[in-house]
Design a protein around this ligand. Sequence first.
Ligand SMILES: Nc1ncnc2c1ncn2[C@@H]1O[C@H](COP(=O)(O)OP(=O)(O)O)[C@@H](O)[C@H]1O
Ligand SMILES: [Mg+2]
Length: 255
Amino acid sequence: MRDADAAPGPLLVETEGLTKHYAAGEGTVAALAGVDVAIPPGAFVAAMGPSGSGKSTFLNLIGCLDRPTGGSYRLMGEEVARLSPDRLAEIRSRRLGFVFQSFNLLPRADALANVELPMIYRGVRRRQRRERAAAMLAAVGLGERLHHRPNQLSGGQQQRVAIARALVNGPDLLLADEPTGALDTRTGLEIMALFQALNRSGVAILMVTHDAEVARFAARVLRFRDGRLVGDRAQVPADAAAALAALPAAPAEAA
Ligand SMILES: Nc1ncnc2c1ncn2[C@@H]1O[C@H](COP(=O)(O)OP(=O)(O)O)[C@@H](O)[C@H]1O
Ligand SMILES: [Mg+2]
């Protein structure tokens, strides 16, 4: 898959025959039916497909939120398919960051405390946590909102807090399941522009979306159908910042 003169080192993600069966009545349903995929570090990949095609199952397996029932999965060269739930939790905390459609922030905690949380699990000291969380919030454009709680932030701002939280431990891979699904067009484009900026700075992204308008900002598109990978193609990504600039002017903020 990689060119001969590419930098040596492990693939970010490499699966062979990745399979997930769920019990259903008397039998089982194959949510994922043998997926082979190789993703290098620094990639920006969109996973597409109709509802029920296995996209979320794939993302959850790649995110070590769930274990496959068959096949192999190497993350940065380490076989993780058969690890215990405790070891998977450790790998999630060290290597992976997650962003969801519904943000999943702690409602009573301010932006700073939400972003500090993953560092508490990693045993980072309080002062360093505060500094890193504040810097990460500034990096996603929320330097002036450190002490706002989720219900005091717009949807797009809440998703930025979630992105800062996902990145604060320096993951190898950012996983996003329908990250713009709860946002209007403009705000969705802002999040895609942020993803593209993060990706340019070296963060690898795997994003599930059913929306072709969103997938066009990725550099590679995987297509799922009935639990199988039926398409895998590189593309020249559209520029989200340019798409944002081309929108008609935003309505004036209510006074
Ligand atoms: N926990 C579960 N138990 C049983 N079946 C499941 C479970 N999760 C997903 N499935 C089934 O697996 C298939 C793929 O689901 P999913 O990965 O959520 O698809 P997508 O995200 O593409 O909509 C669907 O047929 C779904 O009903
Ligand atoms: Mg899904």
